[in-house]
Design a protein around this ligand. Structure first.
Ligand SMILES: [Zn+2]
Length: 410
């Protein structure tokens, strides 16, 4: 049976899923470009009003998908007597709540990628206006995209304000009790709530979230609710985020909308956090500066000061870059158990690295082989000694099953 074909704003589209979803802002259908089934798009339909027309025109003018592949906004529109239709790129992935479990270093990557999208909006005078888990899409690789920008705050006096405040669990105190539209500043509050969910896998007030009045109260104190949390077994302690991110969270929950960090501050702090992500021998990762004195997960004393005692692990396949201190007699274990995102071919504990004086001892412990590169050839590695000075001078390339990693020191 021939599928429905429609023409919108001169673009011929073939509907592939007539009921992609229906939200508070109209219904959505999935389509492909007629004649180019590889280009997937979303058609949204909503009632025509002068305000909606003007806002949609402003969004089409912005051409957000032209600014980032991970920002889905309308690229074409048509206004009928009863409806507005607009067309936006379809974003692959699942929403944040349906994403797979992620390791802490992956969550840091995701938070950084999310803030890159938010920063692009801010640089163009926009705020999303409805930051919520259902509007944050995650690809299997951990890239983060923002969809559903129809409620965006647009810094242009000629464009009407958005109509919805947003979702209650995300709302800034100043718009929580009324029907005021979101602002760029209230969006910065919602962004901190979302970062809490990405980095710590929980809503900041989920210990106080029921009934709704308790949620309102917990979110309106001017303080980051996580500061009062009793961390349960298996939960990420906030100290794992490092002092700089924690201080941005403190500012973001302020009752003074102007005190909340701008997107670029978050983005830079997250990049810094990624470059200072340490894996402790207990298997957990944390962001550590020179002031870190203990592992936030297991409480063991750590000293982070001498970079010559630092092992740097780079895993291009998962965009991973980790540093770990290595002291005499200590062993770290690399594998899927502490580096999520690695393929299933890599064992949960694939390779052990321990320091004995000035040398590192590597021992293969995985099911599939570990290989070591020597002068352009791969050799099977079972056990191997290397001087730390040697890998400081020349990084060592290994292959855990089918995944390449590079080790260097300093
Ligand atoms: Zn630890």
């Amino acid at each position: 049976m021939a599928k429905d074909t429609v023409t919108l704003d001169g673009i011929r589209l073939q509907i592939t899923d007539p009921a992609l979803g229906a939200g508070g802002q109209g219904k959505a259908q999935k389509a492909v470009l007629a004649g180019d089934p590889g280009t997937e798009l979303v058609i949204k339909t909503f009632p025509v009003t002068p305000e909606a027309t003007s806002r949609t025109e402003a969004l089409v003018d912005q051409n957000l998908p032209g600014k980032s592949l991970f920002l889905s906004g309308p690229i074409a529109m048509e206004v009928g007597s009863n409806h507005i239709w607009h067309v936006a790129p379809f974003i692959e992935g699942v929403d944040l709540e349906n994403d797979q479990p992620r390791s802490f270093p992956e969550q840091l990557e995701m938070a950084h990628h999310f803030m890159c999208q938010v920063a692009t909006l801010e640089e163009n005078g926009l705020a999303h206006g409805d930051i919520a888990p259902s509007n944050v899409m995650v690809t299997p690789e951990g890239f983060v995209a923002l969809i559903d920008v129809d409620n965006a705050v647009i810094d242009d006096p000629g464009v009407p304000s958005p109509t919805m405040a947003g979702q209650r669990m995300m709302l800034a105190p100043e718009i929580r009790n009324g029907n005021q539209p979101p602002t760029i500043e209230s969006d910065r509050f919602a962004i901190a709530v979302m970062l809490n969910m990405i980095l710590l896998s929980r809503h900041p007030a989920d210990q106080w979230a029921t009934p709704p009045s308790a949620l309102d109260q917990a979110m309106s104190t001017g303080n980051w609710p996580e500061r009062n949390r009793v961390v349960e077994t298996g939960e990420t302690p906030i100290e794992a985020l490092g002092t700089r991110l924690c201080s941005l969270f403190d500012q973001a929950f302020s009752l003074d909308p102007n005190a909340r960090p701008v997107a670029d501050e978050w983005r830079r702090a997250q990049l810094d956090a990624l470059q200072n992500c340490w894996i402790h021998k207990c298997g957990h990762a944390f962001v550590g500066g020179e002031s870190a004195s203990s592992c936030p997960w297991c409480g063991d004393a750590v000293t982070i000061k001498n970079t010559s005692d630092t092992l740097l692990i780079i895993i291009p396949a998962i965009q991973g870059r980790f540093r770990t201190p290595l002291r005499h007699g200590e062993t770290i274990r690399l594998g899927r158990a502490n580096l999520a995102g690695l393929p299933g071919t890599v064992s949960s504990r694939h390779l052990e690295i321990s320091r004995q004086g000035d040398r590192l001892f590597l021992r293969h412990t995985g099911s599939n082989p570990t290989l070591i590169e020597r002068q352009g050839q791969w050799w099977k590695l079972d056990t191997h000694w290397v001087e730390t000075d040697d890998i400081a001078a020349t990084p060592m390339t290994l292959r855990l099953a089918d995944t390449d990693i590079t080790l260097s020191a300093g």
